[in-house]
Write a protein that binds this ligand. Structure first.
Ligand SMILES: Nc1ncnc2c1ncn2[C@@H]1O[C@H](COP(=O)(O)OP(=O)(O)OP(=O)(O)O)[C@@H](O)[C@H]1O
Ligand SMILES: [Mg+2]
Length: 337
């Protein structure tokens, strides 16, 4: 795939557009989608090409994921590590952004995995002064400006509040407050800078710390990636119980809880664990799942979602189906306008 430009073929694949080139050109001339530049692509001359920055405007017209009037807050959490929390969060965030929905990702992991994925190195680390960018801790403890902390990505509809390694210090600070779980909902989500986002999405660290408690309390929709692996299956019941206890303790009810089976393989064990999740957790489990595939890492290296990187591969189709199910059937369907 051409990295810098998207041709009508890519547009058709990303947005499942059934129209032919002539109709896409008609939509362009009628300004339903932004103007393309004409480029040579391989042996073909004068091919209509759009940049990544133009995709959200194209997605507003062709996309299947519709923007909601009310702001929606989503948290991606699972106590077990390596189950695709960050990968799924990033793919959801970029797919929504590609559909013209304004998204803010808030990373909560001291491994800074989301930040390194979403931003260019110079945006989060100043090599000359050997200094990290500012993050949540600087906002809470030092009163730094959120407007300056939030960074743009390569998509105009996607910003990130970056993670920093001093999130640990923030955790210690919040732990001492009473109540300790309400800081995000009272001081962060309500901040003027966050009003413009249609979706705010938290990517949690594994474990169950105060930052996770704050993200859970502030969110309306919970997404739990659950890999079809023995260790995750072992942790799963305890994990869901912990979430239920948290809801009871905080007198909070999520509008939706979705368990997404991940790292699914064509093996007996994977199939067994998948059906065990379905029988234990019923309709919390999504009908679609994410397979284990090496292309996942290829797209992440390019800082793209799977669908932007290789529209036709099986993994992209998995993400497309999971995200459409989550958004159209579980999240947007519940938003009260
Ligand atoms: N579909 C896939 N198949 C195989 N590997 C994948 C797939 N998607 C992502 N990966 C890789 O799996 C690893 C774990 O993914 P990820 O970082 O999203 O998990 P996580 O739950 O966020 O982990 P952590 O608990 O450390 O935050 C990463 O190296 C990622 O590149
Ligand atoms: Mg992660």
């Amino acid at each position: 795939m051409d990295e810098l430009y998207y041709t009508p073929k890519h547009i058709r694949a990303i947005y499942d557009v059934k129209h032919d080139n002539k109709t896409i050109a008609y939509h362009e001339s009628n300004k339903h989608i932004p103007p393309s530049a004409k480029q040579s692509v391989g042996a073909l001359k004068n091919v209509s090409c759009w940049t990544a920055q133009q995709l959200p405007d194209i997605g507003r017209f062709y996309g299947k994921l519709k923007r909601q009037l009310k702001q929606t807050i989503i948290v991606v959490y699972m106590g077990k590590g390596g189950v695709l929390k960050t990968t799924l969060s990033y793919n959801i965030a970029r797919t929504l952004a590609l559909n013209g929905i304004d998204v803010l990702i808030i990373g909560l992991d001291t491994q800074v995995s989301m930040t390194t994925l979403a931003l260019k190195p110079e945006q989060y680390f100043d090599l000359k002064n050997f200094k990290e960018c500012e993050g949540l801790d600087d906002f809470v403890r030092k009163g730094a400006s959120l407007e300056k902390i939030i960074k743009p990505t390569d998509l105009p509809t996607l910003d990130i509040l970056p993670e920093t390694s001093n999130l640990n210090t923030l955790e210690t600070t919040l732990k001492l407050q009473s109540p300790r779980e309400t800081f995000f909902i009272n001081k962060l989500i309500t901040h003027d800078c966050l009003k413009k986002y249609n979706v705010i999405l938290f990517d949690c660290a594994p474990g169950f710390d105060v930052l996770t408690e704050n993200a859970l309390f502030a969110s309306e929709h919970l997404i739990v990636p659950m890999s079809t692996e023995i260790g995750t299956a072992q942790a799963s019941v305890q994990n869901i119980k912990k979430i239920q206890e948290f809801q009871a303790r905080m007198n909070k009810k999520f509008q939706s809880i979705s368990i997404v089976p991940t790292l699914v393989t064509n093996t007996k064990l994977s199939r067994q664990l998948f059906s065990m999740y379905e029988s234990k957790f019923g309709n919390l489990v999504t009908s679609n799942s994410i397979r284990r595939a090496i292309t996942a890492q290829e797209s992440l290296i390019k800082k793209k979602s799977s669908i932007e990187y290789d529209q036709l591969c099986d993994l992209s189709q998995d993400f497309k189906k999971v995200i459409e199910e989550l958004w159209n059937e579980r999240i947007a369907a519940k938003v009260v306008q």
